[in-house]
Every structure is written in structure tokens, then in C-alpha cells.
Ligand binder design. Structure first.
Ligand code: F6P
Length: 396
């Protein structure tokens, strides 16, 4: 093997450059030449590439130096044929694809045609497998403990939730904060680590009556409230609460977003009189969750995963995924065959990983103690959720 290539696909994250750096450093160590295709599968198909060296890559910069796209090669004319042809023309021996469920859906099929290894990434944290169900959760049995990019986004979201409490308290607000994550509630669940009073995730259909009950109960106790909701919340019929009617991506995903506004409005309508409260607000941090430099743990693990993917190619382990695994309190990089990492449906589409039911209590609408424990090695020492002392208010 002399020459390998890498590409990044799907939504960007804060730690993609860290993975690229790991790939480049290991490629140089092994004496491989490295090419980078620009804009993911699209760039491979169109034959746009750069010669990539480790000194070009800043692992502390967010986004991806190689840029990205959401391109489904299976839906473009001669998608696979032309891409393989380009790789052969450039005398590339093997490819590393870095991406989320969609990039890996394309990649799993592509790997049948060309030697390819993978590293995951997504702030949605939905690529991997939960440990077997039943009994206590064994975190070491979780395949791909987290997806690169998730730790940074999770820390940001938890911090937004924590910091919002000062204004929520001061103005007696009910604040509904909306997390990204498309169909899954991993990022919203991180809000629990920032002290969210209530967390609503899409894996459990929205039980509005229970939500209303909890909001009334908790607001009466503390006169302010933070509710973390996932953008992909579904109603009881399984329909997205809100979606952009003008946008469907190449993989057929509707663009969620805006459910926090709807929920805040409905709660205001139903509860403002009973609670004597008028401030029902919503906050959508949007891309602020997905930008900026990676956290230390995200950067370190993402780099290790990049290195591991090059090792996979060196050892001829194509169609393998470099996965983050929990070993004690440490997160390490290990190589696993694609089929052990992903579940796919009959069309080959990767089935996203849901929040493990042991991490979330639908009755309390919040993380379980195991849910909080899940985040410990991801977030490190989170500053404690913000709390004011209780005021003994007197009246003349
Ligand atoms: O998949 C990552 C993600 O950030 C989702 O959480 C979100 O729904 C989607 O991408 C947003 O897509 P885009 O980057 O195309 O706006």
C-alpha cells in the first residue's frame, strides 16, 4: 500500500479536523501518501482532491478542512463506477470515509466495490449500538460509546441549559431550549447534566398532558423552569411536531426545528393563568451546538480514531469501523467489523441508535442516574448546575 485517501461527509462537527489529523499523522508514520477528497462523496465522484499533510490540519479548529456534503452516491448517475474509476486513476489503494449514518449507509455499499474503512462522527450520537437490553446497563458493552463531535456539542448544550437558569430565575421564566439531533434525543439528554428540570426526547412520543402536569408542579415549587427538548420530537401518531416543508435532503430527511416555540406557546396558553406566569420563552441554539473547537476528550479520541482507521487499512481490515469504546473510565479506540457496529434495514440503510431506555425515565421526563453516569467520561468535570439560595421573602 502506498497511497490512501480520506473524505468527510454529512453535517460538520467540532472534531472532524482532529480525526483528519490522526489519519494524516498515522499515514505519514506508515509512509503512505494521503489524498483528501473535497466535499465528501461528491468530491470523490467529481474527482476533486488535495494532497493532504498533517501540517495543514489544525486539530483544534472546528468544521472540516476538506469540506462536506450530503451526497447519496447511489442516487447519482454511475455514482459508484465513476468514484471507483477516479480512485483507480489516482492510484489510491484504499479509502477512509468519516461520517454519520448516511455517509456509512453509502460507505457500506461502496466498501463492496473498493477497500474502505470508517470513522464515525455526528453530534446526533446515533451511530453505534447500545448494550444488550435487560438488567443494568454495561457501558463497556456499548459499541461506539460516543460519536466524535458529540462530546463537544453535548458540553455546549449542557452549558447553555445551565447558564439560562440565571435569566429564567430572575424573570420567573419557563424556558424551552431546543437541542439538535434530528431523530434522536442524545443531545437533549445532555441537558440533564446542565440541570434541566425536564427533558423531552423523540424516542418517547410527546406526552403533552404529563409535560403540562410536571411544568405546573415544578414551577409552583421554584418559580422558574428549564425544559430541554429535542428538535425531532414526534406527536403521539409519530409525526414530527415541526419540520421545514421546503427542505428534504438527499437521503430523504425532513429538516426538523422549531418545536420549542410551539411547546412554549402551548404551555403559555394552558398554564399562564394557573401559575401567574407570563414569560414562556424558547431558545434555539442551532449551529452554535456544532461549531467552534473540540473539547479535549473529543479531540483526543477523534485523533486516535483517525489513526486506528489507517491501521485498519494497513492490516487489510477493510469494511471495519474505528470505534470509541469505554474501558473503565477511559475511552479508547478499537476496530470492529461494520456489521457489529451498525444495524441496517433491508434497503441497507443504517438504523440510527436510539437513547437506551435505561438512560431516560419517561414518567419523570428526565435522565436516570445511569443517564447521568453515561455522560461522566464524555463531559468530564461539568461545573455544578447553577443554584441560587432560597430567598425568605418578607412583606410589610
Ligand atoms: O445530523 C447532524 C445535524 O446537525 C442534525 O442534528 C440536524 O437536524 C441536521 O444535521 C441539520 O442539517 P443541516 O446541517 O443540513 O442544516
Amino acid at each position: 500500500m502506498r497511497r490512501i485517501a480520506v473524505l468527510t461527509g454529512g453535517g460538520d462537527t467540532s472534531s472532524l479536523n482532529a480525526t483528519l489529523k490522526g489519519v494524516a499523522l498515522e499515514a505519514e508514520r506508515q509512509g503512505f501518501e494521503l489524498l483528501g477528497f473535497v466535499e465528501g462523496w461528491k468530491g470523490l465522484y467529481e474527482g476533486r482532491y488535495v494532497k493532504l499533510r498533517s501540517d495543514m490540519i489544525d486539530e483544534r479548529a472546528g468544521g472540516t478542512l476538506l469540506k462536506t456534503s450530503r451526497t447519496d452516491l447511489r442516487k447519482v448517475e454511475d455514482g459508484f463506477e465513476r468514484s471507483v474509476e477516479n480512485l483507480k486513476k489516482l492510484r489510491v489503494d484504499a479509502l477512509i470515509a468519516v461520517g454519520g449514518d448516511d455517509t456509512l449507509t453509502v460507505g457500506a455499499a461502496f466498501a463492496q466495490e473498493f477497500a474502505t474503512a470508517f470513522v464515525t462522527k455526528t453530534i446526533d450520537n446515533d451511530v453505534g449500538r447500545n448494550p444488550p437490553q435487560g438488567g443494568k446497563i454495561d457501558f463497556e458493552g456499548m459499541i461506539n460509546y460516543f460519536c466524535p463531535g458529540f462530546p463537544t456539542a453535548a458540553l455546549k448544550f449542557a452549558s447553555f441549559v445551565r447558564d439560562l437558569r440565571t435569566t429564567a430565575y430572575s424573570h420567573e421564566r419557563v424556558m424551552v431550549v431546543e437541542a439538535m439531533g434530528r431523530d434522536m434525543g442524545w443531545l437533549a439528554l445532555a441537558g440533564a447534566c446542565g440541570g434541566a428540570d425536564i427533558v423531552v426526547i423523540p424516542e418517547v412520543g410527546l406526552n403533552y398532558e404529563r409535560l403540562r402536569e410536571l411544568v405546573a408542579e415544578k414551577f409552583k415549587e421554584q418559580r422558574h423552569l428549564i425544559i430541554a427538548v429535542a428538535e425531532g420530537i414526534k406527536d403521539e401518531e409519530g409525526r414530527l411536531l415541526t419540520e421545514n416543508p421546503d427542505y428534504i435532503d438527499a437521503f430523504g430527511h425532513a429538516q426538523p426545528g422549531g418545536c420549542s416555540e410551539l411547546i412554549a406557546r402551548r404551555l403559555k396558553n394552558d398554564l399562564s393563568k394557573e401559575l401567574g406566569a407570563s414569560n414562556f420563552n424558547h431558545v434555539i441554539p442551532s449551529y452554535l451546538q456544532r461549531c467552534g473547537p473540540p473539547t479535549e476528550i473529543d479531540m483526543r479520541v477523534s485523533m486516535e480514531l483517525g489513526r486506528k482507521a489507517v491501521e485498519a487499512l494497513k492490516e487489510g481490515k477493510v469494511n471495519h469501523v474505528a470505534c470509541a469504546m469505554r474501558r473503565g473510565d477511559e475511552i479508547v479506540a478499537e476496530l470492529l467489523p461494520m456489521d457489529e457496529v451498525l444495524e441496517r434495514d433491508e434497503t441497507g440503510k443504517v438504523i440510527p441508535r436510539e437513547v437506551d431506555p435505561r438512560l431516560y425515565d419517561p414518567e419523570a421526563m428526565n435522565a436516570t442516574p445511569e443517564g447521568i453516569e453515561y455522560f461522566r467520561p464524555i463531559l468530564g468535570d461539568m461545573p455544578r448546575p447553577f443554584e441560587y439560595p432560597k430567598l425568605e421573602i418578607q412583606k410589610i
